[in-house]
Ligand binder design. Structure first.
Ligand SMILES: NC(=O)c1ccc[n+]([C@@H]2O[C@H](COP(=O)([O-])OP(=O)(O)OC[C@H]3O[C@@H](n4cnc5c(N)ncnc54)[C@H](O)[C@@H]3O)[C@@H](O)[C@H]2O)c1
Length: 459
């Protein structure tokens, strides 16, 4: 027979359901009432790409929200009514700060006064490529110091399965308070996709798994006040694994299509045309696209949280490692394409001027974390090229000990470079001008789709 957990029902629902029989903890019922009438005071710890949009959603739902961050500059800017996250309009922040619904602080004593806290701090990899849990532990330590009866704690940072119950729960229960009775603990992965005009925090379904049914119920109830779909699951480990499955799925499929791209190059086949035609199949195929490598705070990192955890149980996550390997080689492949482009015109990498278009890790965002453009630029510099960049979202860049400035894409500027690399396909780039004026182009994103110019070397 299938284990009880595997049979647990997962429901997606819009409407609030009353707390169920096992959830009759009086503290849960009291918190539920405060959530319903908006008297519950909320805190969001970590006000970045994930935490700030969430804090704004809750504040717009009518809650009083304290945003807590250790970055004093971010706190100061928010208190001045200014947003530093592109997807969060400054006008929204200003209105909420003025009305008193949103307040930013670096003082964790604020937690004494709150009924629910969402933790959205970074989860990077260490130098050894193991999970770096220091930010989560620091934030959870602060929550534990101020934990009190009736409080709901939700971890949203992406992490390995088991974190909530193995790492956070013991810290909180050290206070003598009991989970499910005195306080409530859940994990809910954030799925926000910066720069996506269609899906935002509010309309992306929210998966929630509590340590006990009462924990799940109050966490679900909180999110339902503002988010359109909430998907309860049986336990935190399921919710933690959901996020890692999603991001591993992307990493592995990107790895596969990158390998197909390398294969097509060898076979003299246009991979972009292949994908476009394959994507006409109405079932059983989902297009992924090759590129210069993985970037951002999620896809290059999260799968290694899973492989680390699997390894600790004696399980080797082969797909993750293989995809990481292939994806990790793509920046070097792009540099080889630059060499091919220059070589075709009798030039060497050493001494050539190369302009990289786009240093943000994906189109139309300003996030350069883990961006493959930086690896490409560094390898080109190591091989003796003179490198500059252009990115309307990243006006200045600290690179190789120098402060570079984004170059305007004028005809004169484009002509000055022996090779232009399209690394990130921002919509605002003047592609027609690039095509007319660049001496040679490496297009890693098929941004010049349709052009047959012999200037272009495609991935
Ligand atoms: N960026 C994304 O698109 C995205 C999407 C889904 C999930 N996530 C996950 O969400 C988490 C947060 O990511 P992010 O992109 O928002 O990170 P971020 O770097 O943009 O923001 C994190 C914020 O936390 C603050 N911080 C760090 N330590 C702190 C502490 N001890 N107390 C209070 N504040 C602290 C930082 O100053 C920063 O402002 C990560 O686990 C990430 O993997 C990110």
């Amino acid at each position: 027979m299938a284990p009880r957990r595997a049979r647990a029902k997962v429901r997606a629902t819009r409407r609030a359901a009353p707390l169920r029989a096992p959830d009759r903890a009086p503290a849960a019922a009291a918190l539920a009432r405060k959530i319903e009438d908006r008297s519950a005071r909320l805190a969001v710890v970590g006000l970045g790409y994930v935490g700030l949009p969430l804090a704004v959603e809750f504040a717009q739902a009518g809650f009083h929200v304290a945003g807590i961050d250790v970055d004093l500059d971010r706190v100061r800017r928010l208190q001045a009514g200014e947003s530093y996250i592109r997807d969060v309009p400054t006008g929204d922040v200003r209105a909420l700060v003025r009305s008193g619904h949103l307040r930013a602080t670096s003082d964790f004593a604020e937690l004494k006064r709150v009924d629910a806290v969402n933790v959205c701090v970074p989860t990077p990899l260490s130098k050894q490529r193991d999970p770096d849990m220091s930010f989560v532990l620091a934030a959870a330590g602060q929550v534990a110091r101020h934990l009190r009866r009736g409080m709901l704690v939700i971890l949203e940072s992406t992490t390995y399965p088991g974190t909530t119950e193995e790492l956070i729960l013991p810290l909180l229960e050290k206070t003598g308070l009991k989970v499910g009775r005195d306080f409530f603990l859940a994990f809910s992965p954030e799925r926000v996709d910066p720069g996506n005009p269609q899906y935002s925090t509010r309309n992306i379904p929210k998966v929630v798994g509590g340590v006990t049914p009462a924990c799940t119920a109050v966490a679900v109830q909180l999110y339902r006040q503002r988010l359109e779909h909430v998907v309860p699951v049986s336990r935190p480990e399921v919710a933690e694994m959901v996020k890692l499955l999603e991001n591993t799925f992307r990493s592995v499929n990107i790895g596969l299509v990158n390998e197909i791209a390398l294969m097509c190059k060898r076979l003299g086949i246009d991979v972009w045309e292949v994908i476009e035609a394959a994507a006409t199949k109405p079932f059983g195929f989902m297009p992924f696209y090759p590129g210069p490598g993985l970037g951002g705070h999620c896809i290059p990192i999260d799968p290694f949280y899973l492989s680390w955890k699997a390894r600790a149980s004696g399980f080797e996550a082969r797909f993750i490692e293989l995809a990481g390997n292939i994806n990790g080689q793509m920046p070097a492949h792009v540099v080889d394409l630059v060499a091919e482009s220059l070589n075709g015109r009798g030039r060497a990498v050493r001494g050539s001027r190369v302009l990289v278009l786009g240093v943000a890790y994906k189109a139309d965002v300003d996030d350069i974390r883990e961006s493959p453009s930086l690896d490409i630029m560094q390898t080109l510099v190591d091989r003796g090229a003179r490198v500059e960049y252009s990115d309307p979202f990243v006006p200045t860049l600290e690179f190789a000990g120098r402060k570079l400035r984004s170059l305007p894409l004028t005809a004169a500027n484009l002509r000055r470079f022996e090779c232009v690399v399209i690394a990130t396909a921002h919509r605002s780039f003047p592609y027609a001008a690039v095509l007319s004026h660049a001496q040679g182009i490496v297009d890693t994103r098929n941004a010049l789709k349709g052009s047959r110019s012999s200037k272009i070397v495609r991935l």
